[in-house]
Design a protein around this ligand. Sequence first.
Ligand code: ATP
Ligand code: MG
Length: 383
Amino acid sequence: MTTVIDVQGVSKQFKIHHERHQSLKERLLHPKSGSTEVFHALADINFSVASGETVGIVGHNGSGKSTLLKCICGVLQPTSGDIRIRGNLAALLELGAGFQPELSGRDNVFLYGAMLGFSRRMVDEIFDDIVAFSEIGHFIDTQVKFYSSGMYVRLAFAVAVNVDPDILVVDEVLAVGDERFQAKCIDRIRRFQEEGRSILLVTHNADQVRSLCNRAIALDGGLMIADGPTQDSLRIFREHLLEDSVELDRSGAQANVSIDAITTPSGTFDVKSGASMHFDVDVTSHGAYSGNFVMEIFTRSGMLISRNDAQGSPVNLKPGSNRIGVDLAQIPLLDGVYDVNVGIVEHQRNTVIAWREQAASIQVSYGGREGGIVELGASIRQA
Ligand SMILES: Nc1ncnc2c1ncn2[C@@H]1O[C@H](COP(=O)(O)OP(=O)(O)OP(=O)(O)O)[C@@H](O)[C@H]1O
Ligand SMILES: [Mg+2]
């Protein structure tokens, strides 16, 4: 397979200047005053993307995701390292990057097209499709600075997907549009996947990464902490989060919590479709702790089937061993293997304090004849 994005040893440093003198006069009198701090936004990033691959990039705020995408798109120059791109690349960078605020939507579309090497005639040909996809209507002739963030994203996405790129780079922006438009974008992304194009996707939505990406890269503080199958990268990323919160915990008097085991009374996670199920989650806590229990069930293809109501699932951990019982009244799933993630989220800071990705796999067997993933118990009769 061909490599379409090759990132070798990429680092990006920003110089941040701290002023010691406040007033303009003082700054003019002491131009060299203040100090310059070098900030490492990316450190030695290495990975490549093959044609047809969809790769997710996850990380906290400030971990370097947007900086990485900007380097890949050529908006920023890496301080060191090398980036090679093969094919046309269309990018949907974070809000504010890309369009000229003083120009109308129409002019921006032509400008963007020109940047990608499209002639005016070629942009003319796809212009109506762009406007139609964006659903921007007559606002296409309004200056972009008056657009709402949703309108901005709709137009930017419409441009990016209509210029026939080999590589699509999307930074977070999918979260901005309303749900219907998001669904439309996801649909379009799936079509791109079927057409064998390559996609690089930054999102904070773990479900989106799971359902769209077969591979994910996790960044933390400018370092690449994981690159591999989505489930693995998300697990590593979450475990990293836990380490961070343990750091915080040491400074406060907080506990440090781990999920040790998940077991069933019968010792097996094999169930019949429609049956109830009970399992126990053993948790060790160093300190008293209150949080909410979270359980997610996924298909093997990464589709979230269910997440419990965490708000309605408070747990109070005591120091030492704790056992949390989970009752599933009825499992309406059809034949298949379903992965279970469990975790505990802390109330106030809304941080994950313990997490086990793929803590268990439920094997469901089904004797009936319905198809799909859930049993609805449909009965059909002619009226
Ligand atoms: N032009 C710049 N000058 C100085 N520092 C910058 C600049 N651009 C980004 N940074 C810093 O680099 C770090 C990484 O920023 P980046 O925008 O890449 O993070 P991110 O992972 O995209 O975060 P978010 O999830 O909030 O979008 C941040 O600490 C940010 O403050
Ligand atoms: Mg960002």
